[in-house]
Design a protein around this ligand. Structure first.
Ligand code: ATP
Ligand code: MG
Length: 559
């Protein structure tokens, strides 16, 4: 399906060189999410890069949860992340792994550093510790506890672990160099006391390793050869290497950093996504406006479209912002060949065909797709009473044929896959609104050109009134009115688009849409790509979500 060729990237070149030189035999990468939220589009890129590199080199990619901070992590997130990675179509090597599986080993290695005189128990409180760390321009200050003897440190560490010391009173710190120009190397914290139950280890631990202390060693335990992460961790690399050099680890991972994926009109920090939910701006993690994988899936974006998008992106050594229209291109490109065609009238206006028998139902046979034959032909009932869209009719007979290729009073239009009709006159209610169009068919025009002298202005969609299924349509606009909602001085929520959700009730769908299933994709003719809302239940009636319009109307409507 994908016609996207993955551009080679600098990490692939490094891997190829490592294999050529015999430094690496089996390539092992990993995707290490923290289970403190749902995966988003940035994670999709990281997944595609990591699984892609493993696949391209006949290696394996591990899925490892970095669950070192019990405060914000949960099983719900673990399950959702597993589902999302599977949905993207990737299979990890072996079992799902967890940082918490290595807590005992990490603790033993902390003890090793203490024994070697390379770590100490520090009693500075958090604020003083921060002060002592120094700044980018000034060096730090040694902790007064730095030279505590190893045996004393070991005893205190044990007390910390056993829950005998209160939170905040002590930390275990590495003893590296408080004068290092790299702040990460200024005696970083390895363990904090946290009397908080963990979603997997329960109350077994009263101390938890810092991300920095855990990360590289986990890679070493798993034999990860190429540890790929985003740029913000470049300055942590010397620290990771220090741990690897000073611990009896079973292997030596190498870290490589690439630029984060940012997409305009989106935010992708889990903290901000959570703020959107907590602020009631969206319904939840799987709201179709969210840049989460679950949100995009519910929106009707396929895994293939997302992968094609990710594969089209450079793996670069700088951060950049990708235009959301690049994602939209791949979404349309994918749905065009996947979506069954159907008709649904969003703003129904009744049309009575005065020369079509009241008792008659003509069954028209219509292709499911204009060019792909594996789509089933469907049957469309054609009757005297139809619905067309209000926007497809005008009484203004001066409208040029070029500008308005729809139905105009006294003129002709083709109903998609059916007859050419002419609008003869309109009926109004007491308020003066049009309630009904009286029209007539031109006989013999199904699949045939109209007789000489009759020219349809264009083609519009329709449904038989008697057979139409009532439905609700959810249409979405961008969640933010600014391309870079995080860039300004105001908080990003200041730029939320108050009109990002449009609920349209009373839409009329062709009868075949009554059987629509979750996971199917439809192109509602002349409207856009749609799918059934996976959250809606049958009793609540039919609800369709607009995945995306047929072309980019955003720029047009805003200018
Ligand atoms: P967030 O800021 O959204 O919380 P994170 O980096 O803290 O992101 P993790 O769960 O730690 O989230 O991320 C797992 C992996 O996904 C990491 O290797 C991280 O580098 C990568 N990742 C996260 N966001 C992006 C992004 N926008 N682009 C590319 N990779 C990303
Ligand atoms: Mg993180």
């Amino acid at each position: 399906m994908s016609n996207v060729t993955k551009p080679s990237n600098f990490i692939q070149q490094i891997i190829a060189a490592d294999i050529d030189a015999g430094r690496v035999s089996t390539v092992v990468t990993r995707f290490p999410p923290e289970p403190n939220g749902y995966l988003h589009i940035g994670h999709a890129k990281s997944i595609c890069v990591n699984f892609g590199l493993a696949e391209a080199n006949g290696g394996q990619c591990n899925l490892r949860f970095d669950d070192t901070n019990p405060d914000t992590e949960s099983d719900e997130f673990v399950k959702a992340i597993i589902q999302d990675v599977k949905w993207l179509g990737f299979q990890w090597g072996g079992e799902v792994r967890f940082a918490s599986d290595y807590f005992a080993q990490l603790y033993a290695w902390a003890g090793h550093l203490v024994e070697q005189g390379k770590a100490f128990v520090c009693e500075l409180d958090a604020e003083t510790l921060r002060e002592y760390r120094g700044t980018l321009t000034a060096g730090g200050k040694n902790s007064p506890y730095r030279d505590r003897p190893a045996n004393e440190n070991l005893v205190l560490l044990e007390h910390m672990k056993n829950g005998e010391i209160d939170e905040g009173l002590m930390t275990l710190r590495a003893k590296i160099d408080m004068q290092s120009p790299n702040i990460n190397l200024r005696d970083p914290v390895l363990y904090r006391i946290k009397k908080q139950a963990h979603h997997r280890t329960g109350t077994q631990w009263n101390i938890y390793p810092s991300y920095d202390f855990a990360h590289g060693q986990e890679d070493a335990i798993e034999g990860v050869t190429h540890s790929v992460c985003t740029l913000e961790f470049a300055a942590n690399r010397p620290l990771y290497n220090w741990f690897i050099d000073n611990l009896p680890v079973p292997s030596t991972p190498r870290q490589y950093e690439f630029g984060r994926l940012n997409v305009n009109y989106m935010v992708t920090s889990k903290r901000k996504l959570r703020a959107l939910i907590e602020g009631g701006w969206v319904e939840g993690w799987d709201d179709p406006r969210m840049p989460t994988l679950s949100g995009m899936r519910r929106r009707g974006i396929t895994a293939q479209a997302l992968r094609n998008f990710c594969d089209s992106l450079a793996v670069a050594k700088t951060d950049g912002v990708v235009d959301v229209s690049q994602l939209e291109y791949f979404v349309r490109d994918d749905l065009n060949v996947r979506a069954q065609r159907a008709m649904c009238v969003l703003k129904p206006l009744k049309v009575i065909l005065t020369n079509f028998a009241d008792s008659e139902t003509e069954i028209l046979s219509v292709a499911g797709h204009p060019s792909l034959e594996h789509f089933k032909t469907r049957e469309l009932p054609f009757t005297r009473e139809l619905y067309i869209d209000r926007d497809d009719f005008s009484e203004d007979t001066t409208l040029s044929r070029k500008k308005f290729k729809r139905l105009v009073l006294g003129d002709y239009v083709r109903l998609r896959s059916a007859y050419v009709i002419r609008a003869d006159h309109v009926k109004r209610n007491t308020a003066g609104d049009i309630t009904e169009i009286r029209a007539s068919i031109v006989p013999g025009t199904v699949g045939e050109d109209p007789p000489h002298g009759i020219k349809a202005r264009g083609v519009i969609h329709w449904v038989s009134a008697a057979h139409a299924r009532d439905c609700r349509v959810l249409r979405y606009d961008r969640l933010f009115t600014e391309p870079l909602p995080e860039a300004g001085v105001e908080p990003f929520t200041h730029h939320i688009n108050p009109q990002s959700l449009e609920v349209i009730d009373g839409c009329k769908a062709e009868p075949s849409l009554g059987q629509a299933q979750v996971g199917e994709h439809y192109q509602f003719e002349r409207e856009g790509y749609y799918c059934l809302d996976s959250r809606a239940n049958k009793e609540g009636g039919l609800i369709f979500i607009c995945t995306i319009g047929l072309r980019d109307t955003w720029q047009k409507s805003k200018t």
